[in-house]
Design a protein around this ligand. Structure first.
Ligand code: ARG
Length: 464
């Protein structure tokens, strides 16, 4: 195989090292971007007077043709023996154009080339992840609207705490994903500068109009400002992998929450057959594999983040071959996250709440104890005293094996003489929910309003 750097070498590569060194098996995913960047570079060389217009046109046409041929036969890159995607494109050009192909790399290095390819790829895929996240948010808002007033036990420390609505619970995840999308956009904006023209490290020696080059390639932030940094920067990879890792942490929390709600012990939600599997041995089983896999894959994406940060740590300026390690981490982090978001969307879109069991569960376990204390406060009792008296009442109810609102009329009168006879109704789960009528609270009225706001934000493509 001819190399892009053969002239200085006499001996051939050790065959095992040759395979070890190759990146084509994975960087072939940059083929689109490499062709786009190469066409832009040919034009920039033309504008700089390095290539003649006819040469530029021939190069651009050959690159376009290659792009088209590859779209009909994508496996052609996979079959190729080249060192990397850049060598592949140059060899293909040589075959179709002859010697003119040997002029394309003038003033360019694979270092500024790969940095540019990667940023183009990242921007595209950050946009795809954003779109997928938006679809998941929309599915969660559907759940929130459908079950805006369904009572659900809310937990802290995984102990029943206060009633919430199923809608409120679903909307909590919409917020997490909103921040995830915001992080993607931040990272995308920060990486939106064009490294091409930085050469190997010191800047190209030809009079390239880097402003025009950046603009032509769609980099909103213009050209990078320092050539050493431009070829030696992979912050954008780390940021994107971090954005993926935190998104995965959120998905794994969602998974864990809903796996719990779907246990036989809770039986508050049922998963669709479309996202569950059975056991080869136990005929009765239906397992939440989709959510478990999402929870599990979080570890792998978080691993890519710490792995890649360690790859970057201590690297001297400017380009180092260590950077080649960025791709598999990045590709897998994005692929995995996008796949998990898609599966989560199907789980959410097909979830069913067991209305009766949810309501019963939210009415059991002294979830209205805070409300008794609050009612005492409204009757003039200092909160700390009210807290203590209700705590004692819970102890008494526990001993009797009943809920607070199931205590004997006489007992309630004795414990809470300042509260009216309507205490029992005041403690019903719907009353308890309706009382949380504050911005961001779980009162069904607020949940419906929050769902409407979330939907409008999604439609306007807003994020935090
Ligand atoms: N395959 C290389 C990478 O992914 C391309 C850049 C190679 N540059 C070099 N100076 N060897 O980073």
């Amino acid at each position: 195989m001819t190399k892009l750097w053969g002239g200085r070498f006499e001996g051939g590569l050790d065959p095992f090292f040759e395979r070890f060194n190759r990146s084509l098996p994975f960087d072939r995913r940059l083929i689109e971007e490499d062709i786009t960047g190469s066409i832009a570079w040919a034009r920039a060389l033309g504008s700089a007077g390095v290539l003649e217009q006819g040469e530029v046109d021939q190069l651009a046409a050959a690159l376009d043709l290659l792009r088209e041929e590859l779209s009909n036969d994508p496996a052609r890159v996979a079959r190729a023996p080249d060192e990397d995607v850049h060598s592949f494109v140059e060899r293909e050009l040589l075959q179709s154009l002859g010697v003119l192909a040997r002029k394309l790399h003038t003033g360019r290095s694979r270092n500024d080339q790969v940095a540019t390819d990667l940023k183009l790829w990242l921007k595209k895929h950050a946009d795809e992840l954003d779109l997928r996240l938006t679809a998941l948010q929309a599915a969660l808002v559907d759940v929130a609207e459908r079950w805006a007033d369904l009572p659900l036990p809310g937990y802290t420390h995984l102990q029943r705490a206060q009633p919430i609505t199923a809608g409120h619970h679903a909307l909590a995840y919409v917020e997490m994903l909103d921040r995830d999308r915001g992080r993607l956009h931040d990272a995308r904006t920060r990486m939106d500068t064009c490294p091409l023209g930085s050469g190997a490290l010191a800047g190209t020696a030809f009079p390239i109009d880097r402003e025009a080059l950046a603009e032509g390639l769609g980099f909103r932030g213009g050209p990078t400002r320092n050539s050493l940094d431009a070829v030696g920067d992979r912050d954008h990879v780390a940021e994107l992998v971090f954005a993926c890792a935190l998104t995965m942490v959120h998905l794994s929390r969602l998974a864990e929450d809903w796996i719990f709600l779907g246990t036989f012990e809770a039986r508050l939600v049922r998963f669709s057959d479309a996202v569950a599997t059975g056991s080869s041995l136990m005929p009765q089983k239906k397992n939440p594999d989709a959510l478990e896999l999402i929870r599990g894959k979080c570890g792998r994406v978080a691993g890519h983040l710490s792995g890649f940060l360690m790859t970057l740590k201590g690297l001297p300026l400017a380009y180092d071959k260590d950077f080649q390690e960025d791709k598999e981490a990045l590709f897998d982090a994005l692929d995995t996250t996008i796949a998990c978001v898609r599966v989560a969307t199907t789980v959410v879109a097909t979830i069913e709440y067991d209305g009766e069991r949810c309501r019963a569960a939210a009415s059991e376990g002294y979830l209205n104890a805070t409300d008794v204390a609050d009612l005492l406060v409204r009757a003039g009792v200092p909160f700390r005293d009210a807290h203590e008296r209700v705590g004692a009442a819970v102890r008494e109810a526990l001993a009797a094996g009943v809920e607070l609102h199931q205590l004997e009329e006489a007992t309630l009168k004795r414990l809470f003489p300042e509260l009216s006879g309507a205490l029992r109704e005041e403690l019903g789960v719907d009353r308890v929910l309706a009382r949380r009528d504050v911005l961001g609270g779980t009162a069904p009225r607020r949940v419906r309003a929050a769902a409407a706001i979330a939907r409008a934000r999604i439609e306007r493509k807003e994020h935090q």
